[in-house]
Design a protein around this ligand. Structure first.
Ligand code: ATP
Length: 266
């Protein structure tokens, strides 16, 4: 009953244009990931060391996965996504093997961006429901050894993501590991307007649809919440008639009544 998983290599189809309201994070990823992958010689010439690991942190549904995919695509790199829970196996040695396969495959198809979601669930001290603190510790150590073994500029970059940065094992955050921390915030009003614009991009909108006003009234909504709002507006329109041609403000108002921000003020 092995839990070994196929390592899936993707060529992501998300671009910067598909992401709203995360200009700072975008800029830092461009500099930190895209530049060194695209032009390693420039870094060599200047004699500076690009980071191997980045940690994206922020509430769920704010676009961390999107950012990792977009930077991979813009850098013309392959993309391998995994999450910590996929790397934890109770079978002795299997986690280590899975991680070794992950990095081996990444090197093979380099340039590659490896994305590891749920980095906080690798917390040996607290345990994590997987029962065995030794397993998480071995997983952390194996990931660290793989990252230490990555030659600088060998075109494999690791991007981790977490909703709970304070729980991430400090060993993962030391220099040469996930040493670039990038905050991925809940969008502000302008960010929300841009995200609404992106997600309504393929919709036939009636003239009365007021994205500004919707952005104004969706404080604390994440990108994922806004996507949900747009989808519900579409469903309301369809519910009225399958022949509906335009989504109007009324549909959005109804959707707004039943969509809530997933992030609380705390
Ligand atoms: P989690 O922490 O749950 O893994 P995440 O931060 O990785 O969440 P994503 O998976 O990137 O979130 O986002 C989920 C969906 O929400 C995306 O597929 C996208 O449709 C929408 N979304 C989230 N943030 C944005 C954004 N900034 N711009 C456009 N769409 C967004």
């Amino acid at each position: 009953p092995s839990a070994m998983r196929e390592v899936m290599v993707q060529a992501p189809n998300i671009g910067w244009d598909d992401i709203g309201g995360l200009d700072d994070a975008q800029m830092r990823l461009k500099e930190g990931v895209e530049l060194p992958l695209k032009d390693p010689d420039a870094f060599r010439r200047i004699g500076i060391r690009p980071a191997k690991g980045f940690l994206l942190y922020g509430p769920p549904g704010t676009g961390k996965t999107l950012l990792a995919k977009a930077v991979a695509r813009e850098a013309q790199a392959n993309f391998i996504a995994t999450k910590s829970s996929d790397l934890l196996s109770k079978w002795y040695g299997e986690s280590e093997q899975q991680i070794a396969r992950l990095f081996a495959r990444a090197r093979q198809v380099a340039p590659t961006v490896i994305f590891i979601d749920e980095l906080d669930s690798l917390v040996p001290a607290r345990g994590n429901g997987m029962g065995e603190p030794q397993v998480t510790e071995r997983v952390v150590n194996t990931i660290l050894a793989e990252m230490d073994g990555l030659e600088e500029l060998q075109s494999v970059v690791v991007i981790g993501a977490t909703n709970r940065p304070t729980l991430v094992d400090p060993a993962l955050l030391r220099p040469g590991r996930f040493d670039e921390l990038i905050y991925v915030p809940v969008p502000d009003k302008e960010g929300r307007r841009r995200i609404l614009k992106i997600h309504t991009g393929k919709m036939p909108l009636a003239d009365d649809v007021d994205l500004d006003s919707l952005a104004e009234r969706t404080e604390r909504f994440t990108g994922a919440d806004l996507e949900d709002l747009v989808r519900r507006a579409g469903l309301f329109a369809l519910r009225e008639s399958l022949k509906v041609e335009k989504i109007d403000q009324g549909h959005f108002e109804k959707a707004l009544l039943e969509t809530r921000a997933s992030v609380t003020p705390e």
